[in-house]
Ligand binder design. Sequence first.
Ligand code: GLV
Length: 327
Amino acid sequence: MSKPKILVARAIFPEVISRLEQHFEVEANQSDAIWSKAELAEKLKDKDGAFTTGGDRIDAEVLAACPRLKICANMAVGYNNFDIDAMTAAGVLATNAPDVLTETTADFGFALLMATARRVTESEHFLRAGKWGKWSYDMFAGSDIHGSTLGILGMGRIGQGIAKRGAHGFGMKVIYHNRSRLDVTLEAECKASYVSKEDLLRTADHVVLVLPYSPASHHTIGAAELAMMKPTATLVNIARGGIVDDAALAQALRDKTIAAAGLDVFEGEPKVDPDLLTVPNVVMTPHIASATVPTRLAMANLAADNLISFFKDKKPLTPLNPAVLGG
Ligand code: GLV
């Protein structure tokens, strides 16, 4: 029997390609070319499955061109690159890569929070530019992490990981807002109290965004929300571009409406709002929150496992629209 055909849409670990080759006829993109949507559809039109990353858009237009496609396995926990309704309507299974990246991503959220509050990159740029001539009492004075109030918007697994780090490691008071409230056991584990979004924005010293992107969460933080925050507050976004109105944020940073921001994700990335590039009080990283070698390998293997299990016995590990599996 011939093997199912799959496309691996971006370059990934060679050992994961080798694993996939044991089960599939694989077309890989190890040169890491960036394809347009039309090119992706062209490559996918004779494939039974796809290994995708967060930048590969699968929507009704792509699906219409790919009648054989049965599964898209995303190497990301976020899946806003998928139009789930269109995939379900086309009978195409979607899977993501949750859990394996939780602690690594929570570590990074904390790293970005620390770097932002303590002005790590801004002061490094100053030093590298040869501007450090003398000590001064307020040079790069930032804000404290320990003992401060941490506000988490979006309290899924990664949000909970950040809450635990803050509460148990740094003695922070943790408040959170989420679509649904955590049960009491989880709240106690995270030492976190549920508050309204407005109370969170008004009282937190540090606001961390970890909510999924959807049209409903577009510009969750815009000019009005930034204006509610303390002028000494920091904002960290490790969720998705588009959750923050980047133009409004750049303006707020320039006007010192808030003290500083740490951003791992951007609206329209990899492009970055040019205004953000010129304000000093922002720490920016190129969407690397889950980027450690073991975690990226675990994410790639989970996406591969989803493809392998699906074609073997229709039992993918982390399905997003299990209705298409029937039964
Ligand atoms: C990264 O942003 C992911 O969704 O895994």
